[in-house]
Design a protein around this ligand. Structure first.
Ligand code: ZN
Length: 577
């Protein structure tokens, strides 16, 4: 038994999932709205007996560990660790040892996090010793409590500071090489230096609160370097998935179901300080689908605050393209030109008023893309209309769709019927595409799926002579799964999951939920399968006979021939029935 199996045997997937999804009992299953895609139906299905889930909408599937890894955006080992801690599971020493041996990469990750943690602490301790850095933060209205809450710091400049940082790291068992590997220090001609020197340091944590990188901002008036310097991307620090402030804001976001998205670190900490504790920021990059997906696990409404300049506007417009992929409704809050959330709040404005006036992102998009419509060329006009219709088309809610079509028709000065017709046309084209993909995806035959489920549910059948021959006619990956299952000393689905690869596992989980039947006629399922796959069964048997003949195993040849005759008889009888 491995660590994952041990955890799965001790936790009920329903208990764990209940913290994220609300569901109802439906027969032997639980059903609820899927946390992985936007929907109103209850496609998310849990099989408490098998300890697995499957979504009939987005086809997400897995067990309790992969559920946590998908919803918390971490790897399986981290998910296991979270579950062990959260549910206080006692793990036998031997399993922990095995885990240690197989997870050097996890150790490497923790080592990196510990190093970042250390630098955050050191910079935070340096801050009070720099009157200029303190003066800058005071001037931006950042309070000591906020400094502490976000562990804001300062990286002093000069060789003396670098040496001091190295000594500090050394006291905590880190080497200079660790610092340069993580690119917190760089190798200069004669000595080390850091690109974070003489900057205010904003430690960046992942959603689990582990420090994994830094944003450094210049603050001296005559400093003409780039305004921001961020940690280099590495396997533990990815700007496209990380959100600044998420670990601090997570609870407030979960409680309110709402999040505010801003563009900068300062905006984020000032928002939090002003009571908007559910605020996060991107790391100086555009918002990505991964950002939104992660947010959608905690919030169902996202308020985007962007600067009143055109770059801010473009960033907000781009979001329209992303938001239908996630279960989140988006609102846009536009601030006056030349204001950002920090400056706006500092000037004593009431942001609450702007929040009340927030505009639905689709209306916002239509308003902006139609602004200059009249003066465009025909080609540009067609492109604009298509873009708007594509976006409206992707909306799930029919009423919302209709209202937006009307709004678009009005603003574009085009007849509503024409837009509606075009919208239907786009819709048909896209559904045809989806149906095609779905059909291509699974070429497994129904009878094959049924027999497969039957064998998983009733492993004693696996040893039957006719089943052994028949299961050689399975398509992949069912054939491999069944072979692996047959070779297990202890035949249960939990143990099977230990020997399957990811693709095989997903296929098995999907079939177990989509094709499970409460009552089956065993012989009928076997008969149907044999009838349909008669040709390949016969061919496989003939191949085996040929092999046995080559070996000179007359006894085996005799048995197989006899078996083939019997099977033929059976199949012939079956087909007349
Ligand atoms: Zn789903």
């Amino acid at each position: 038994m491995n660590l994952f199996t041990y955890i799965k045997e001790r936790l009920s997937i329903a208990d764990v999932a209940r913290e994220y999804v609300s569901f109802k009992k439906a027969g032997i299953y639980y059903k609820g709205t899927c946390p992985f895609h936007q929907e109103k139906d209850a496609s998310f299905t849990i099989s408490p007996h098998k300890g697995i889930f499957y979504c009939f909408g987005c086809h997400a599937t897995g067990d309790v560990i992969s559920f946590i890894s998908q919803i918390e955006g971490c790897n399986q080992f981290e998910a296991a660790k979270l579950l062990i801690e959260k549910y206080s599971i006692d793990i036998p020493e031997q399993l922990l040892q095995e885990k240690k041996d197989s997870t050097t990469s996890l150790d490497e990750k923790n080592h990196y996090f510990a190093l970042c943690e250390l630098m955050a602490k050191w910079c935070n301790e340096q801050l009070p010793q720099s009157p200029q850095a303190m003066a800058y933060l005071t001037q931006r209205n950042i309070t000591p409590a906020t400094i502490k809450h976000f562990t804001i710091g300062y990286f002093p400049s000069g060789i003396k500071a670098i040496k001091q940082f190295q000594r500090f790291a050394h006291q905590h068992d880190f080497l200079i090489k660790d610092l340069t590997d993580a690119r917190l220090l760089m190798e200069g001609k004669n000595c080390h230096y850091s690109s974070f020197e003489e900057r205010i340091i904003f430690p960046i944590t992942d959603h689990l609160g582990r420090c994994c990188g830094f944003g450094g901002r210049v603050f001296q008036k005559d400093d003409d370097r780039a305004k921001y310097y961020n940690s280099h991307e590495n396997s533990f620090f990815n700007k496209g998935t990380l959100l600044f402030g998420l670990s601090q804001a997570k609870k407030a976001i979960q409680q309110s179901g709402k999040a505010f998205l801003v563009e900068g670190y300062t905006d984020c900490v000032i928002m939090a300080q002003s009571g908007y504790t559910n605020t996060i920021a991107t790391l100086g990059t555009a918002c990505t689908p991964q950002h939104l997906k992660q947010l959608s696990h905690y919030a169902d409404q996202l308020y985007v605050l962007f600067d009143g300049d055109s770059a801010g506007l473009q960033a907000a417009l781009r979001l329209t393209q992303l938001c239908w992929d996630v279960n989140i409704s988006m609102w846009v809050i536009q601030l006056p030109t030349n204001e950002d959330p920090a400056s706006y709040l500092k000037a004593g404005n009431d942001l609450g008023e702007n929040i009340k006036k927030a505009e639905d992102i689709f209306s916002f998009f239509i308003r902006f893309s139609t602004q200059q419509f009249k003066h465009q060329t025909l080609k540009k006009k067609m492109a604009i209309v298509r873009e708007i219709l594509n976006i409206i088309n992707a909306i799930d809610d029919d009423l919302k769709k209709m209202i937006l079509l009307q709004e678009a028709a009005f603003k574009l000065g085009l007849p509503l019927e024409a837009l509606t017709r075009e919208c239907h046309h786009i819709h048909e084209q896209s559904t045809q595409k989806i149906v095609k993909i779905m059909v291509d995806k699974s070429n497994l035959h129904e009878g094959e799926k049924k027999l497969f489920i039957l064998l998983i549910e009733k492993p004693y059948l696996l040893e039957r002579e006719d089943i052994i021959i028949m299961s050689s006619a399975f398509s992949e990956p069912l054939k491999t799964i069944i072979n692996k299952y047959r070779s297990l000393p202890q035949k249960s689905f939990t143990f099977l999951s230990e020997v399957l690869n990811d693709d095989e596992m997903q296929c098995a989980q999907r079939l177990l939920i989509t094709h499970a039947q409460e009552q089956v006629n065993v012989e009928q399922v076997i008969r149907e399968f044999a009838k349909r796959n008669w040709k390949s069964i016969a061919l496989n048997t003939k191949e085996k006979i040929a092999e046995a003949q080559k070996r000179g195993d007359d006894q085996e040849v005799k048995i197989l021939l006899q078996y083939l005759q019997e099977l033929k008889k059976k199949v012939l009888n079956w087909s007349v029935q």
